[in-house]
Design a protein around this ligand. Structure first.
Ligand SMILES: *[C@@H]1O[C@H](CO)[C@@H](O)[C@H](O)[C@H]1NC(C)=O
Ligand SMILES: *[C@@H]1O[C@H](CO)[C@@H](O)[C@H](O)[C@H]1NC(C)=O
Length: 369
């Protein structure tokens, strides 16, 4: 044994360390809960018939160094311009080949979900400010920032139906953007799925008690709206028309990663960004609240461990059947993917660029059964 290990000071610290750790654990008030469906982590992984496991191969970086953590991406087909919201509050306009990257409007908050309105305006789900209407001239109006007397803490994603209704999520009414990881670790449902009617200015809660409510997409036939629940690795479907109007069912679950934004491509597929794939540590965190507590305490004293990898995007058909998976072990925190022509455009909260991939040239290929 090296001499230094025998010194009394080291010996005492080695004894104290576990005692201190137990004290820290006992005294900490953070109190994670079991996730409701304990079994969901024990199911077989989902089978996806087509895969590209090297999504970064062939990917280009748009706006590198200028787009700081671009979360969601919207496309205006009339002007051929992409819009994305960044962590410095700027909503940027980006040309399809990335040659033009322009600061457009600063929300003074954290713009996340983004979609075009029916009258040329841009609607932003801003984590800090709420649901925003940004007019052509760049003026910003807060449409709504609370429902049923409860303020939004993390307005996250938004989509619009043909009648102009805005469907959006508040990921959590307890934790804001900088603490969102605590919401996930705590494992209690503080998320809501809501609608805003621009003619009556009414905000309605359509679904509550959600586990980190995230991406939103209106179906092309306007009969339902999909919203993702990040923590439970699933997306639900809320019916807005027909016999089942007002009810909810599961659109897809047991996803091979944790879902963020979802976008319909106009060609029959929804693209769901997966911020991380499933790994052994992620699985342990999901199963055991005490591990989530230890993780939260470590985060407070040491900093956050990044365990996210194998992120990417999954394409799902209109019945919720998975068709193709694009991922890469080096992708973490991919938050959105939209498909325009042959290209995927992807946002991420851990990078300083948007990714662009030509999926015609770098396709997902059939998986041997
Ligand atoms: C990018 O697109 C613009 C038009 O939006 C065009 O003028 C420019 O030449 C293109 N740049 C490259 C490198 O392809
Ligand atoms: C956003 O503001 C513009 C300009 O005032 C208005 O024409 C448009 O209807 C607004 N959109 C929504 C969804 O409120």
């Amino acid at each position: 044994m090296p001499k230094s290990l025998c010194s009394p000071a080291i010996f005492v610290s080695l004894l104290l360390l576990p005692v201190l750790s137990i004290l820290l654990y006992q005294l900490d008030s953070f109190d994670p809960a079991d996730y409701p469906d304990k079994e969901f982590t024990r199911r077989d992984p989902m089978f996806v018939p087509y895969r590209n496991t090297h999504m970064l191969t062939g990917s280009e970086r748009l706006g590198e160094g200028r787009l700081l953590a671009p979360e969601d991406v919207a496309f205006d087909p009339k002007t051929g311009v992409l819009y994305t919201g960044c962590e410095d509050g700027w909503v940027h306009r980006v040309s399809l080949n990335g040659s033009v990257v322009e600061r457009w409007v600063n929300t003074a908050g954290r713009p996340l979900g983004i979609v075009h309105g029916l009258h040329g305006e841009v609607i932003v789900a801003d984590a800090v400010k709420g649901l925003l209407n940004i007019s052509n001239d760049g003026s910003i109006e807060v449409l709504t920032d609370e429902a049923e007397g409860l303020k939004f803490k993390l307005t996250d994603a938004v989509d619009i139906s043909q009648d102009g209704t805005l469907y959006f999520t508040d990921a959590s009414y307890k934790y804001g953007m900088h603490e969102h990881i605590l919401d996930i670790l705590e494992g209690r449902p503080y998320g809501r799925f809501l609608s805003y009617n621009p003619s009556t200015k009414e905000t309605r809660v359509l679904a509550r008690d959600l586990y980190f409510a995230n991406g939103v997409a209106v179906s092309p036939d306007q009969s339902f709206v999909i919203f993702c629940e990040t923590v439970l690795r699933r997306c639900q479907r809320y019916y807005i028309e027909g016999r089942r109007k007002g009810s909810t069912d599961v659109f897809i679950d047991n996803l091979p990663g944790v879902p963020d934004n979802i976008r319909y491509d106009g060609e029959g597929l929804y693209w769901i960004a997966l911020s991380t794939g499933i790994s052994y540590p992620v699985d342990l965190l999901q199963r055991y609240p005490f591990i989530r507590k230890v993780f939260a305490i470590m985060m407070r004293y040491i900093g956050r461990l990044n365990m996210e990898k194998n992120g990417g995007v999954i394409a799902v058909d209109s019945d919720g059947k998975p068709t193709a998976l694009y991922q890469d072990r080096d992708i973490s925190s991919m938050t959105s993917a939209i498909k325009i022509g042959d290209h995927l455009y992807c946002g991420s909260v851990s990078s300083s660029y948007m990714l662009r991939l030509n999926v015609d040239r770098y396709p997902a290929t059939p998986v041997a059964v």
